[in-house]
Design a protein around this ligand. Structure first.
Ligand code: PLZ
Length: 457
């Protein structure tokens, strides 16, 4: 491991967690020399298709900061794409994983099981929306869980069609590439893709003249009726707030109308909460904002504080329709990931992180709305809780400005604030701070954003 030996950097970046100094602190250019050296090695060793947004190499992280090999301390507004929601190396997670790794690392739940898997299933059955009887199956990645939700819905309904939406992101495996909307970089040249996947129009208030939720749902349902037919359709899969597609919050009533149509037509309604789940949006799950109870809910990312874990949770009769042995995988519900997940849930509750997400959202949204008043290039400020974005356009129009978005992100990175971009048009700057971040760091990050919008004029 490379330790920090730069004279100007007293930060001992070997242990992460919330006790790391909570400050933005730049001691080299970004990326610094050691990061650049590692990046050169990466180029020589790692497949070119695996990109990096910001090539600073991290040695420790926690609270609201990422510390790199050059001793820079950056403000984290990305949480490793909505994963370290409880914070990096959150103390309960560290302790639980350390205890588990010393006890046993793996047996394969399908061979000789262990309690952690069952406890995570019980917890998910309890905390996901709806008081019906539920079952859960555990997997490793978000994509894998989405695939399994589709398998289960097909088995249950005896039908095969799957409807997804414009701007959707569901993963990079073959079936989930078919379900993901955007060609570059996710799909280009990687086909042929899985069949029987159909795309319907979304509710995208900023880009559909603020069409109301009922009208947007009617438009989608009409297209589904005409182009697929409920009698051929196993599932509708939708992100309650789209993530990679641009942090698109559908108009009120859109999701609810879709669920009602699904219920009336024996179609399984699947909420992909991989990015929105686990307190991120100021509710445990984003569908709660819409008062929607999905048949199946897919979770990953924030579930286990950075350990790979994902889940499908839902109505017992649907989940149990798959034959014994039909669901599984060598590592699904790995003991370390399960221990981490239980510690994550405890942390969310003990630290009041659902409320914290709402407060972070209120603070950042106000700052971004103030900025929007001064800057016509911010077309839209949107999101829920600590899942917030600005959509950048040519001032006075809705024409996407991807180039500006790149420049703004780069200027933030240079100043030590890790932000991510997203959106079909590449023009959305998104913020996913860990819920362990302090108000002081958030305010500093917002000051930096004010500055970068100024210098990119
Ligand atoms: N569903 C809603 O957001 C993953 C992808 C990053 P995996 N999003 C980040 C990238 O470029 O690969 C995601 C998601 C939603 C499914 C997934 C897939 O989750 O754990 O990446 O497979």
């Amino acid at each position: 491991m490379t330790t920090n030996t730069t004279e100007a950097t007293p930060i001992e970046a070997t242990t992460g967690g919330p006790t790391l100094p909570q400050e933005r602190r730049l001691v080299t250019a970004i990326p610094g020399p050691k990061s650049q050296e590692l990046q050169a090695r990466k180029t020589a060793a790692v497949a070119g298709g695996v990109g990096t947004t910001l090539p600073v190499y991290i040695t420790a992280a926690g609270g609201g900061v990422l510390v790199d090999v050059d001793g820079n301390s950056l403000i984290d507004l990305g949480s490793g794409i909505a994963v370290t929601t409880v914070g990096n190396s959150a103390p309960r997670v560290v302790q639980a994983v350390q205890d588990q790794v010393a006890a046993f690392t793996h047996t394969c739940f399908m061979v000789t099981p262990y309690a952690g898997y069952v406890e995570v299933a019980e917890a998910l059955n309890r905390i996901t929306p709806g008081d019906h009887e539920k079952r859960t199956a555990l997997f490793n990645s978000g994509s894998e869980a989405v695939e399994n939700a589709v398998k289960i819905a097909r088995k249950y309904t005896g039908k095969t069609g799957v409807v997804v939406f414009d701007h959707a992101y569901h993963g990079r495996t073959n079936l989930t590439m078919a379900m993901t909307a955007k060609n570059m970089p996710y799909k280009d040249g990687f086909g042929p893709f899985a069949s029987d996947v159909y795309r319907a129009p979304l509710s995208y208030p900023f880009r559909d003249d603020q069409m109301d939720g009922a009208a947007a749902a009617a438009r989608a349902i009409d297209q589904i009726d005409k182009q697929v037919g409920a009698q051929n359709l196993a599932a509708i899969v939708i992100e309650p707030i789209q993530g990679e597609g641009g942090f698109i919050v559908p108009a009120d009533g859109f999701l609810r109308a879709l669920t009602e149509w699904c219920t009336a037509n024996n179609v399984v309604f699947v909420a992909d909460e991989v990015q929105t789940g686990f307190a991120r949006t100021g509710a445990m799950f984003a569908v709660e904002h819409d008062d929607v109870v999905p048949d199946l809910i897919v979770t990953a990312k924030g579930i286990a504080g950075g350990l790979p874990l994902s889940a499908v949770t839902g109505r017992a009769e649907i989940m149990d329709s798959a034959h014994v042995g039909g669901l599984g995988g060598t590592y699904g519900g790995n003991p370390l990931a399960c221990a981490a997940a239980l510690a994550v849930l405890e942390t969310i509750e003990a630290d009041g992180l659902v409320d914290r997400a709402a407060k972070i959202g209120a603070l950042m949204t106000q700052r971004l709305l103030d900025l929007q008043e001064r800057d016509g290039r911010i077309g839209d400020v949107r999101g829920r809780g600590a899942m917030i974005a600005v959509e950048l356009v040519r001032a006075g129009t809705t024409e996407p400005d991807a180039d500006l978005t790149k420049r703004v992100a780069a200027a933030a990175h240079e100043r030590g604030v890790v932000v991510l971009t997203c959106g079909t048009y590449g023009n959305v700057l998104r913020f996913l701070p860990p819920l362990s971040i302090s108000d002081a760091l958030l305010t500093d990050a917002c000051d930096v954003l004010d500055e970068v919008f100024e210098v990119t004029k």
